[in-house]
Design a protein around this ligand. Structure first.
Ligand code: FAD
Length: 385
C-alpha cells in the first residue's frame, strides 16, 4: 500500500496553507500528499468567498487568528511575489440602540488584542461617511487599519504552487473514508498515513464520521449578489447594517448579501439544484431594501451576477476546530470555519504544521482545539452573520 507521512484531505485555502507551512517546516524530509477531489475548485468555499479580513470579532482567539492572517497577507509580496490586492478599507459595523452595548463590549476585546478599531457616535459616522444614512443608528465601529478584502483565491494558488515546488504531492482524488491510519480513496486506492489532516470544508463531517468522530459541522447555503451604482463611493468600507445585511466594493461595482436566520437556514446537500442556485427574490425582498435605506445612492442600481455557495458552519459555537482529535491524535481537524476561513487559513495551517513538526505553536489557537467538543466548552463567536 502507498505510504505517506501526512495526508491532507482538501486542497483549498486551509489545505494549501497547511501544506505550505508543512513544506516550510519539514522541507523534503516528509512525504506529504494533498488529496483534492476537484482541481477546478468550482464549488469550494475558497473560490466563491467574499474573502475579507477583520479583527471585529467577539472572541480573542479569532482576533489573534485574523492578526496572523493580516501579517501573512502583508508579507505576501516578499514571500510569493504578489500582493493579493489587499483593499484596506476596514469593516464598518453599525449598531442600533439594542446593539450598542454589545458593540462596545466587542470593541474592548478587540482593543485588548491590539486591533486598530475606532468607535463612532452617530454624528461622527455622518461626518466620516457622508454617504451613509445614520437614522436608527446608535453607534458604529470602523477598522482604521488591518481590515478589508483581498484575493484569497490567488493566495491559495500561490501557497499551492510553492508547496508543490517544495515537494508536496497534490493529487486529484476523492477520499472516501478513514480506517485507522488508512485513507481510502473513491477510486479504490488507499494510502497509509502517519497523520491525517481533515481540511475538506463541508466534506469534513462525513470523513470524520467514517473515523468515528461526530462533528457538529453543517453545510449551509449562502448567496452573493453584485450590482453597479452610478454614484461612486470613495473608499467605502465593508458595511454591516444592524440587520446583518452587508455590502462592499468589488471591481467597479459592489457585492452584498445576508445570511438567513437560524430558523430559515436548513442544511443542504451537494447535489445540483436549488442549493447551488442564487435566488434573486432574497436580494429583492431582504437585501436591497435595507441597503437602499442605509446608503441612499444605492436606490438607483443595476444588478449584476449572483452566485450560491456552501460553507461549513460549526453549530456548537460558530468557531473553527483546529488541532488533533483527542481519541485519535493522528487525525487533525481544520474545519468548521463558520464563514471566516479565508482570513484564518494562514494561522490554522501554521499551527497544524507546527504541531506535526513537533514544535510549540507560535500563535495561541488553543481555544479552538477540537477537545472542547468533548469538554462542552463553547467559545461562542457573536459576530457571525
Ligand atoms: C459567501 C461566503 C462568503 C465568505 N466570506 C468570507 C470572508 O469574507 N472572510 C473569510 O475569512 N471567510 C469567508 N468565507 C468563508 C471561507 O470562504 C471559508 O471558510 C474557507 O474558504 C474554507 O476553506 P477550506 O479550505 O476549509 O474549505 P473549501 O474552500 O470548501 O475547500 C474544501 C476542499 O476540500 C475538497 N474536498 C471535500 N471533500 C473531499 C474529499 N472527500 N476528498 C478530497 N477532497 C475533498 C473540496 O473539493 C474543496 O476544494 C465565506 C464563505 C462564503 C461561502
Amino acid at each position: 500500500m502507498e505510504q505517506a507521512d501526512v495526508v491532507i484531505i482538501g486542497g483549498a485555502v486551509v489545505g494549501a496553507s497547511t501544506a505550505w507551512h508543512l513544506a516550510c517546516a519539514l522541507g523534503e524530509k516528509a512525504r506529504v500528499v494533498v488529496l483534492e477531489k476537484d482541481f477546478s475548485y468550482a464549488r469550494s468555499a475558497t473560490a466563491l468567498s467574499v474573502t475579507s479580513i477583520r479583527q471585529q470579532f467577539s472572541c480573542a482567539v479569532n482576533i489573534r487568528a485574523s492578526l496572523c492572517g493580516l501579517a501573512f497577507i502583508r508579507a505576501a509580496r516578499e514571500r510569493f511575489g504578489a500582493d493579493f490586492g489587499f483593499h484596506e478599507h476596514g469593516y464598518l459595523f453599525l449598531a442600533s440602540a439594542a446593539g450598542r452595548s454589545a458593540l462596545a463590549a466587542n470593541l474592548a476585546i478587540q482593543h485588548a488584542e491590539g486591533a486598530d478599531i475606532v468607535w463612532h457616535e452617530p454624528a461622527e459616522l455622518a461626518a466620516r461617511f457622508p454617504w451613509l444614512n445614520t437614522e436608527g443608528l446608535a453607534a458604529g465601529s470602523w477598522g482604521r487599519s488591518g481590515e478589508g478584502w483581498f484575493d484569497g483565491y490567488g493566495l491559495m494558488q500561490a501557497m499551492r504552487r510553492e508547496a508543490r515546488a517544495a515537494g508536496v504531492t497534490w493529487r486529484e482524488a476523492k477520499a472516501a473514508g478513514i480506517d485507522g491510519q488508512v485513507v481510502r480513496l473513491a477510486d479504490g486506492g488507499a494510502i497509509r498515513a502517519g497523520r491525517i489532516v481533515i481540511a475538506a470544508g463541508t466534506g469534513s463531517t462525513s470523513l470524520a464520521a467514517s473515523a468515528g468522530i461526530v462533528l457538529p459541522v453543517h453545510t449551509r447555503k449562502r448567496m452573493v449578489f453584485t450590482f453597479r451604482c452610478a454614484e461612486a463611493i470613495a473608499r467605502m468600507p465593508l458595511l454591516i447594517d444592524p440587520t446583518g445585511v452587508y455590502a462592499r466594493p468589488e471591481g467597479d461595482g459592489y457585492l452584498c448579501g445576508l445570511a438567513p436566520a437560524e430558523h430559515e437556514d436548513p442544511d443542504v446537500g451537494d447535489e445540483d439544484g436549488p442549493a447551488w442556485e442564487p435566488d434573486w427574490s432574497w436580494f429583492e425582498e431582504r437585501v436591497w431594501p435595507v441597503l437602499a435605506a442605509r446608503v441612499p445612492a444605492f436606490e438607483a442600481i443595476r444588478t449584476g451576477r449572483a452566485w450560491a455557495c456552501h460553507y461549513d458552519l460549526n453549530l456548537f459555537d460558530h468557531n473553527a476546530l483546529i488541532g488533533p482529535w483527542p481519541a485519535a491524535p493522528h487525525i487533525l481537524l481544520a474545519t468548521g470555519f463558520s464563514g471566516h476561513g479565508m482570513q484564518q487559513a494562514p494561522a490554522a495551517g501554521r499551527v497544524i504544521a507546527e504541531h506535526l513538526a513537533g514544535r510549540p505553536p507560535s500563535v495561541d489557537l488553543a481555544d479552538l482545539s477540537p477537545a472542547r467538543l468533548l469538554d462542552g466548552r463553547r467559545v461562542q463567536e457573536r459576530n457571525v452573520w
